[in-house]
Design a protein. Structure first.
Length: 201
């Protein structure tokens, strides 16, 4: 495990103050550890965006459970253990999300012509159009660039000056949004699932 190379000045006193709700002391801890923690986490998650999110989550957890610091001797080890656990949970969540996408790909391939013929295409398209309009401006733009303009994740990232991972995450979130709406809809939704999963091809 990667640990800080320097010790926080008056470390024990500083963490004691944090444990008792001292926000100034907490800021000292944050600025002392955040740089090395970001580098440590990024080696596992590969993106700055994800690393920053996890760092914030680590320090939020540290503050919410600050009374536990009174029982800790190795502060650096404790903080980086939290970081390791948060990173592991993040990677597990991402893996589950990828598996869900894979399952929908498989579902689409398993559709039969008889099932598709039973769907009211006009009604389904109306639902699709309504859901597109409810997307945030950036998600709507990324969807249209993918679906209507046929751009790849890399091309969208370059055009919008965002990371490829950000573009992909927006598309995954859009898929999740449509899936949730499909579950609530009274209309037959198999074709809609098939249509939306194509944005990931």
């Amino acid at each position: 495990m990667l640990l800080p190379k320097t010790i926080l000045p008056c470390e024990k006193e500083c963490f004691f103050r944090v444990a008792h709700g001292d926000e100034a002391a907490f800021s000292e801890v944050f600025y002392h550890y955040t740089g090395r923690m970001h580098a440590f986490i990024k080696k596992m998650v590969r993106t700055d965006e994800a690393a920053e999110e996890i760092v914030q989550d680590v320090f939020m957890s540290l503050w919410e459970h600050r009374e536990k610091l009174l029982e800790i001797d190795n502060y650096a080890g404790y903080i980086f253990t939290i970081a390791t656990n948060k990173t592991y949970n993040y990677l597990k969540s991402k893996a589950r999300e990828e598996n869900k996408v894979d399952e929908l790909f498989k579902l689409r391939k398993d559709f039969t012509n008889n099932t598709l013929e039973s769907i009211d295409l006009h009604e389904t398209q109306q639902l699709i159009d309504q859901w597109i309009e409810q997307l945030t401006p950036q998600k709507k733009l990324i969807y249209k660039l993918t679906r209507e303009s046929g751009l790849s994740h890399d091309e969208i990232a370059q055009q919008l000056n965002i990371s490829k991972n950000t573009a992909k995450n927006h598309l995954v979130e859009t898929l999740r949004y449509f899936r949730e709406n499909l579950k609530k809809s009274q209309a037959i939704s198999i074709l809609a699932i098939s249509a939306f999963i194509e944005i990931f091809v």
